[in-house]
Design a protein around this ligand. Structure first.
Ligand code: NIG
Ligand code: FE
Length: 403
């Protein structure tokens, strides 16, 4: 793979593009940023003489944003896939010593370079499909040194691949085996030692908790949120995935960027998220893998005006997915999102879920040049095909990264 620095510059005037609404468009890129975008017959004189890039009618979208991933981990968990096929539930697998804790063992055993190599390979799949910004969580280390290792790998991935990475500290993902029966002690460690240390090292852009009966209680979740708030770090939450814990309403009280999964979200949770401007992150890959039947309350979220994002939730247990377009397809097919909702879910609303709404998720003057040219005629095709990669070119951080 060529290093990011050696990729060709995207500076110039991109013409022959078609917007999602079917209108022709042009984009001027200067110094790696979008200098102007608009109708091809309205190119400002100062952009008219820039070197040309011919889009040849390609559909253009903002760079995709994958706003919920657990991309950095050791090993894989295909054995659990087999166990679940034989009838075991996610909770039963976890109780039998599998689940998150088995990835913790493999992640602790892996070196930083090994984690970087395996996560790079996975990241390349996402990037080739047009991802320009991605969230990467820790949560498979569950001890300071190993959480640090994961977050350092996330930072290295950003630099090596020229992609915007937002790191999320998910120390409260599962109880590490050495803390068995001592959940409060571990929560104290997360809040008093791990989070402050990792924050001081500049490794934490947001804080997340898995609030669930097989993970952390509502009170423990609030304790972690308070620790984050004391350091002015935004929070997000794995909320109401397997049961209604009231986590979304709590997260909304802390001004959470997003609540994610939310299959069991209550009407009160919807109202609290709407009032707080918290994004609902839908994760159809986990829903599909777990053969869940409880649908997230899409109609209520829509009616309340809660922005809905869609993400891969890439992780080795419940969503070994490496295609954001497939998630858009599933969000439509399984969750009944409309195609425009699904596209907004992997662009503008996903950016919002990461606090990146001013720089990512839309094609607008002044932003870093992140956009994708697709070999498609119709916007609906983005969510219609699955298993192919209809990318013609990806402009990522001002460089032509694919195509
Ligand atoms: O987002 N829900 C908790 N965390 C992950 C699963 C992690 C795992 O099983 O390794 C999720 O689905
Ligand atoms: Fe997750």
């Amino acid at each position: 793979m060529p290093s990011f620095d050696t990729l060709p510059s995207a500076d110039g005037l991109w013409t022959g593009l078609t917007r999602l609404d079917g209108q022709p468009c042009a984009i001027a890129v200067q110094d790696g940023r979008i200098a102007w975008t608009g109708a091809p017959d309205a190119v400002p004189t100062e952009c008219a003489d820039l070197p040309g890039h011919a889009g040849q009618g390609a559909l253009v979208t903002p760079g995709l944003v994958d706003c919920h991933t657990h991309l950095v981990y050791g090993g894989q968990r295909a054995n659990e896939f087999a166990m679940r096929l034989a009838g075991a539930s996610y909770e039963e697998v976890a109780k039998a010593g599998g689940g998150i804790v088995s990835s913790v063992r493999a992640t602790r055993a892996a070196s930083e370079d090994e984690l970087f190599a395996s996560a790079s390979a996975r990241l390349r799949s996402l990037l080739a499909e047009g991802v320009c910004a991605i969230e990467i969580k820790s949560g498979y280390g569950l001890a300071l040194a190993h959480e640090r290792k994961q977050l350092r790998v996330a930072r290295r991935l950003a630099a090596a691949h020229g992609v915007t990475v937002r790191t999320t500290f998910l120390g409260a993902h599962a109880l590490p085996p050495e803390f068995e029966g001592r959940s409060q002690d571990y929560t104290d460690l997360v809040c008093r030692e791990m989070l402050p240390a990792l924050h001081a090292e500049g490794l934490v852009d947001a804080v997340d908790v898995f609030c669930e009966r097989i993970a952390f209680s509502l009170a423990e979740t609030e304790q972690v949120f308070q620790a984050a708030q004391a350091l002015s770090i935004p929070v997000k939450l794995h909320a109401e995935q397997l049961s209604d814990m009231g986590g979304a309403a709590l997260a909304a009280r802390y001004g959470a960027l997003s609540c994610d999964h939310i299959e069991h979200l209550s009407p009160e949770g919807v109202a609290a998220m709407a009032a707080a401007g918290t994004v609902a992150v839908l994760l159809p890959g986990a829903y599909y893998t777990l053969r869940d039947t409880q649908l997230p309350p899409i109609a209520a979220l829509r009616a309340a005006g809660v922005p809905m994002a869609v993400s891969t939730d890439h992780n080795p247990g419940t969503s070994p997915a490496l295609s954001l377009l497939l998630m858009a397809n599933m969000a439509c097919t399984l969750f009944r999102l409309t195609v425009p909702e699904a596209i907004a879910g992997i662009t503008v609303h996903a950016a919002h879920a990461l606090g990146l709404q001013d720089s990512h998720g839309a094609i607008a003057a002044g932003r870093p040049a992140n956009f994708v040219l697709w070999d498609l005629q119709d916007a609906a095709e983005l969510a219609y095909w699955f298993g192919q990669r209809p990318v013609r070119a990806v402009v990522r951080q001002g460089r032509i990264a694919e195509g």
